[in-house]
Design a protein around this ligand. Structure first.
Ligand code: SAM
Length: 180
C-alpha cells in the first residue's frame, strides 16, 4: 500500500500527464510521509532517482534520497542540490503545504509562498523539457501565480485529482516546456 492517500493524487496526475518514466530524476518537495516519493521511485526505476525533502523526518524508501530540511532556507536548498550531485531534474514535484491556522489571510499567502519557492527552484533545477507539478490553493494570488508560470513555461494545466476533496481549494498546476 501507499504511505499516504496523497499518492492517489500523483497517480492520477501521472496517468494523465505522463511525468514519471524509468531513468528520470525527480525532486519531491514536501515529501513526508512519503506517498509521492514511493510512487515516483517505483516509476523511475530502473536508473532513476528521487530526492525527497521535508522538514519532518521520513522513514527510508528504496530509490529515494531523503533530505530532512526546511526547503525555504539556504541550507535546505543546498542540501537538495548536494543530493542531486550535479544532475538536472526531469520532474520537480511540490506537495508542500503550510501548517494551516484556519485564517485565510495567513494560510493563503503562506501556501502561495511555498508554490513560488517550488517555481523558483524549478527555474534553476529543471531540464529544458522538464515538468513542474505544484500544489496551490485557489484564492488570493492564484491567478497571478498561474500567469507567472505561463510566462516561464510553454504549457500550464490545472489538475484537480479525484482524491483531492472537492470542497478543498487545493489544485495542482502542471507546467512543462521551459520558455526561459
Ligand atoms: N506528498 C506527500 C505524501 O505523498 O506523503 C504529502 C505532503 S504533505 C501534504 C505537505 C508536506 O509539506 C508536510 O509534510 C510539510 O512538512 C511539508 N513542508 C511544508 N513546508 C515545507 C518546507 N518549507 N520545507 C520542507 N517541507 C515543507
Amino acid at each position: 500500500g501507499w504511505r499516504s492517500r496523497a499518492a492517489l493524487k500523483l497517480e492520477a496526475i501521472d496517468e494523465r500527464d505522463r511525468l514519471l518514466a524509468p531513468g528520470r530524476v525527480v525532486v519531491d518537495l514536501g515529501a513526508a510521509p512519503g506517498g509521492w516519493s514511493q510512487l515516483a521511485a517505483q516509476r523511475v526505476a530502473p536508473g532513476g532517482v528521487v530526492v525527497a525533502v521535508d522538514c519532518l523526518a521520513m522513514a527510508p524508501l528504496p530509490g529515494v534520497r531523503c533530505v530532512e530540511a526546511d526547503f525555504a532556507t539556504d541550507d535546505g536548498l543546498r542540501a537538495v542540490q548536494t543530493a542531486l550531485e550535479g544532475r538536472e531534474a526531469d520532474v520537480v514535484l511540490s506537495d508542500m503545504a503550510p501548517n494551516l491556522t484556519g485564517h485565510a489571510a495567513v494560510d493563503q499567502p503562506a501556501a502561495m509562498g511555498l508554490a513560488e519557492l517550488a517555481a523558483d527552484f524549478a527555474g534553476r533545477a529543471l531540464k529544458q523539457d522538464g515538468v513542474l507539478v505544484a500544489k496551490c490553493f485557489q484564492g488570493e494570488g492564484f491567478d497571478a501565480f498561474r500567469a507567472e508560470l505561463g510566462r516561464l513555461f510553454a504549457r500550464v494545466s490545472v489538475r484537480k485529482p479525484d482524491a483531492s476533496r472537492s470542497a478543498s481549494r487545493e489544485v495542482y498546476l502542471v507546467a512543462r516546456g521551459r520558455s526561459v
